[in-house]
Design a protein around this ligand. Structure first.
Ligand code: FAD
Length: 429
């Protein structure tokens, strides 16, 4: 029987497996999903997990429940041999296996992009995984507790000061949701009043540059009104355990730097040895890697031509594209096995939503510019529609309701007490 191997269980991989299960007769092909996770993660709600508004378990789709005849291989793809048509996999137990394929759907997503900045690897924290969201919440709460437990003015200042680097949706939402949590927590830490400081920097001239003017400007307005120090055209030169030097010449006392300055594809992508653009695999409009029939790449890992924009443009690294590309990839995987024509990927963005916590959000659904509570209503509706399972929708609604009625739990979970919290450890880079 033919074998379709899928690498990654994010929006693209999980979506593709679901479409394949529907489109293929059981005797037509075996579907193997290679992934270190046994769930698919709904990343847009990670900032709310970090803020403790939504529980970690609420934003996942469990693969064992949602996939019925896809074989799960718990491990990470290390390399792809296009000539032998095999994926080399390291299983989570450490064993190495080779998975031959007739059709490959490559979607290992991305990880946080870093630069050669002194101190970044040791001191900065990301927000791409559930572990990072849980770690970040614990870290932020711990800083307030430690600040309250010392009389040392310098220590208090650095523990109560938080720096977010990157004004895309990850950075903006994370700064907004965590700033709200910490400012509400101040009621419990009266000795820290006046010390709380949130700074958001981005090297670009505006926030959310990839999402158009409205979302960036409205988000900046709301954040500044809340007291977040937004600095544009600025980035970080050096990070230490209790300070960060910025390119505007200032040094911020801070014990917590959240690094959200973009993403880069997972390294397995480069093992193919085919053309890349900004490290993403170059593919055709049918998602196929040129010269390698039956090898498809999509999602954050691939530079997919965007047929709705000017020639040469590629699709953004968004869940919207990854979800819809999954459908095209599944259709083309089936077409490859059946020897029929492949189809092209084409999708126009339907707009974006940016949740800034509480009653605040910005959104531009179908080009309608919204901000404030109405945008929050649209944002939450969008997340409920898009959450990956009925259970996730029910759990997220329940979490929102409980949080609105009972307020925040000001606790650390401490599951990651011994973790370094670095990007390398929590993203397994
Ligand atoms: C905090 C945050 C907020 C976001 N908000 C939005 C938003 O509001 N709207 C929006 O459109 N997009 C948003 N995004 C972007 C969106 O999450 C990504 O574009 C999307 O996840 C890409 O889907 P993907 O399937 O390509 O990759 P992913 O969803 O990252 O999935 C990749 C999968 O591959 C697995 N994997 C990794 N390496 C390997 C390997 N070597 N072998 C096997 N499996 C591997 C991973 O464990 C994961 O399961 C957000 C991202 C973040 C981090």
């Amino acid at each position: 029987m033919a074998r379709i191997a899928i690498v990654g269980s994010g929006f693209a991989g999980y979506g593709c497996a679901r479409h394949l299960e529907r489109a293929l007769r059981p005797a037509e092909a075996e579907i193997v999903l290679i992934t270190p996770m046994d769930y698919s993660l709904y990343t847009p709600l990670l900032p709310q997990v970090a803020a403790g508004v939504v529980q970690p378990r609420s934003i996942v789709a469990p693969l064992h429940r949602k996939l019925h005849r896809t074989k799960l291989l718990p491990g990470a793809a290390r390399s792809v041999d296009l000539d032998a048509r095999e994926v080399e996999v390291t299983k989570l137990c450490g064993d190495h296996v080779k998975v031959p394929f007739d059709v490959l759907v490559l979607c290992p997503g991305s990880m946080t992009r870093t630069f050669d900045i002194p101190g970044l690897a040791e001191h900065a924290h990301g927000l791409k995984t559930l572990s990072e969201a849980v770690y970040l919440r614990d870290r932020v709460m711990l800083q307030l507790e430690l600040a309250a437990s010392t009389d040392d003015k310098q220590e208090r200042a650095s523990r109560c000061s938080f720096l977010v680097v990157g004004g895309g949706y990850t950075g903006s939402e994370t700064a907004a949701c965590l700033q709200l949590l910490t400012s509400k927590a101040m009621r419990r830490f009266p000795e820290l009043r006046g010390l709380l400081r949130w700074t958001l920097v981005d090297v670009a001239a505006k926030l959310l540059p990839e999402l158009g003017d409205h979302l960036g400007e409205a988000t900046e307005r709301i954040l500044r009104k809340r007291g977040v120090d937004v600095r544009l055209g600025v980035t970080v030169d050096k990070i230490s355990a209790d300070s960060a030097e910025l390119t505007d010449g200032t040094t911020l006392p801070t014990s917590t730097v959240i690094w959200a300055a973009g993403v880069t594809p997972r390294p397995v992508v480069s093992s193919l040895g085919t053309e890349t653009a900004k490290s993403r695999l170059v593919v055709g409009t049918d998602l196929q890697v040129a010269g390698h029939p039956g090898v498809f790449a999509l999602g954050d890992a691939a530079a997919v031509p965007d047929l709705t924009r000017e020639q040469g443009a590629v699709c953004g690294a968004t869940a919207q594209h990854a979800t819809r590309q999954a459908e095209t990839a599944a259709r083309n995987a089936v077409a490859t096995l059946r020897g029929t024509a492949l189809s092209e990927y084409r999708h126009q963005d339907l707009g974006f939503v940016v949740d800034l916590g509480g009653l605040q959000a910005t959104a531009d659904p179908l080009g309608v510019k919204l901000s404030g509570p109405i945008a929050q209503l649209v944002t939450r509706g969008y997340h409920l529609l898009s959450a990956p399972s009925g259970r996730a929708k029910a759990r997220v609604s329940g979490d929102w309701l409980i949080n609105a009625l009972t307020g925040d739990d000001l606790i650390r979970l401490d599951f990651l007490q011994d973790s370094s919290g670095t990007l390398a450890e929590l993203e397994r880079t």
